[in-house]
Design a protein around this ligand. Sequence first.
Ligand SMILES: [Zn+2]
Length: 72
Amino acid sequence: MKVTAKYIPCECGGKANKQTASRTFKQGCRGSGTEVSNIPAFVCEKCGEIYFDGPSVLKVERRLEKESAIAG
Ligand SMILES: [Zn+2]
């Protein structure tokens, strides 16, 4: 689902505004994570819940998979 709105309603009743957030992606069972910042996401101004924009996160995950495949 592609979200084009500037904000989405949060479960808590607050408003999640579109901005960027960072997230640590775990690489399988290796235990180490790669932190990726500036991912488009919706962050609730009331409770702080972060809703990542699906397609963006998938894109990042695919990129990381590619990089780890090259590394080894
Ligand atoms: Zn909320």
